[in-house]
Ligand binder design. Structure first.
Ligand code: ASP
Ligand code: MG
Length: 435
């Protein structure tokens, strides 16, 4: 059985919801995870903000606008049919949202508000597929998706509960559930953080040992370079989970690395597909991928490089420890590192503690800071026995000032640091030389 996840844009309008229903029907027996319609979670966040600030008219106006939108969707989606349970869900949600206008908002209240988007999209899809004659079973995520005290998914609980719910419905054609929402360890309504529907799909795929987890979005897979800056990019057909994680971390927005962790650990392939072009092959991410190839390039903006040069580092030990400890004390994570015998350069993306970090580092050496830098990350099978890849990557950057190079940290990436103003040129040169 496959797990299919459709994001907010994929269910962003009545026409798209109909189209997604076609895709769900085509797959055969599956578990489908839906996000809220595009824009809905943002509106719910906005409503909560108004309520927190005690701006009741602001909240009411946003609720009214969102409500009007949903009635319009109902009218279009069920033009010739009875919206039935879908309508009931809409009525219920907006009564609930209005009830929150009468009392000060609490954290638990906010979480319940944020949960409404996924509850609405699944209610509408459930009704639509039922009208199409499908035996579709709604699995309420709040009945099985639960997190542990630290916020991690409670895999054991989820597995037991979900399996039991599935067993109760042996004849179902389609199971439908909400992405993003869950219960916390106190049993209260909670969520897996913004964009969390991918995480839901990955968790479900892992616990039911799905054949495949399909993440349906509005682009045809993970591209080999950033299509916003480089022409002629194309989707990468297969990636290793580690490669996908490097790309996601270093800028490719498509999938959050933490979200695919359950899939990776349980060895369930993840396929990225395009709702607008359902027959395109997309990108398959799994624990085996073609060897000996470079696959993709991504860039991470807003990087600051910090260099600490110290005569005392020569033949000394404990220097790096003190440097790392400084970053740890300021709870700032390091992205890239390069060392020489007399100095070390590190990069960070969170500069909120920069001044204090620099101040502390001055105890250990001379500190220089380079701002407005970009990490360019080249991903592929970069196991060190392969020859030629480093040379090719650097040859592509022959005319671009490179501040720093990092290679060998993993078998999957080479990272280079360049000025932000050289980013686009670097991405284009790399595409030209490598693909
Ligand atoms: N609806 C949630 C959000 O907008 C979760 C998701 O779409 O993945 O963040
Ligand atoms: Mg998303």
């Amino acid at each position: 059985m496959n797990v299919l996840k459709f994001g907010g844009t994929s269910v962003g309008s009545p026409a798209r919801i109909e189209h997604v229903a076609d895709l769900i029907e085509k797959d055969g027996k599956n578990i489908t995870v839906l996000s809220a319609m595009a824009g809905t979670t943002n509106s719910l966040v906005e409503i909560s903000e108004y309520l927190y600030k005690g701006n009741i008219p602001g909240a009411q106006e946003t609720i009214n606008a969102l409500e009007a939108k949903y009635y319009k969707v109902l009218d279009e989606l069920f033009a010739d049919a009875d919206p039935g349970t879908a309508r009931q869900a809409v009525v219920r949600t907006f009564a609930l949202l209005r009830s929150y206008c009468a009392e000060p908002l609490t954290d638990a209240g906010e979480k319940e508000i944020l949960a409404q988007g996924e509850l609405l999209s699944t209610a509408m899809m459930h009704r639509l597929l039922t009208l199409r004659g499908r035996k579709v079973v709604l699995l309420p995520a709040l009945d099985f998706m639960r997190t542990l005290p630290g916020g991690e998914p409670d895999m054991k609980h989820i597995s037991t509960r979900l399996r039991r719910l599935l067993e109760l419905e042996p004849d179902a054609d389609i199971f439908l559930t909400q992405g993003y929402i869950c219960r916390n360890d106190h049993g209260g309504i909670d969520n897996l953080k913004r964009g969390g529907s991918d995480y839901t799909a990955s968790i479900i795929g892992a616990v039911i040992e799905a054949d495949e987890i399909q993440i349906w979005t509005d682009i045809d897979g993970m591209h080999n370079n950033d299509p916003r800056f480089v022409d002629d990019t194309r989707p990468v057909s297969r990636l290793h989970f580690e490669e996908a994680a490097e790309l996601a971390y270093f800028g490719a927005k498509i999938l959050h690395p933490a979200c695919v962790l359950p899939a990776k650990l349980h060895n369930i392939p993840v396929r990225l597909l395009n709702t607008m072009q359902p027959d395109a092959p997309g990108t398959l991410i799994c624990n085996t991928a073609p060897d000996g190839t470079l696959k993709a390039i991504a860039a991470k903006d807003n990087i600051t490089a910090i260099k600490i040069k110290s005569g005392r580092m020569l033949l000394a030990y404990g220097f790096l420890h003190k440097v790392f400890e400084t970053f740890e004390n300021h709870r700032t994570s390091i992205d890239m590192i390069a060392t020489s015998e007399v100095g070390v350069t590190l990069t960070i993306d969170d500069t909120s503690r920069l001044a204090a970090i620099v101040d502390d580092l001055k105890h250990f050496g001379t500190v220089t800071v380079d701002e407005d830098m970009v990490i360019i990350c080249i991903v592929g099978d970069l196991e060190w026995h392969n020859t030629g890849f480093e040379a090719k990557a650097l040859a592509a950057l022959a005319d671009i000032p490179v501040r720093m190079i990092s290679y060998g940290g993993s078998n999957y990436n080479i990272s280079v640091l360049v000025r932000a103003s050289d980013k686009v040129r670097a991405l284009r040169e790399l595409s030209k030389h490598l693909f």
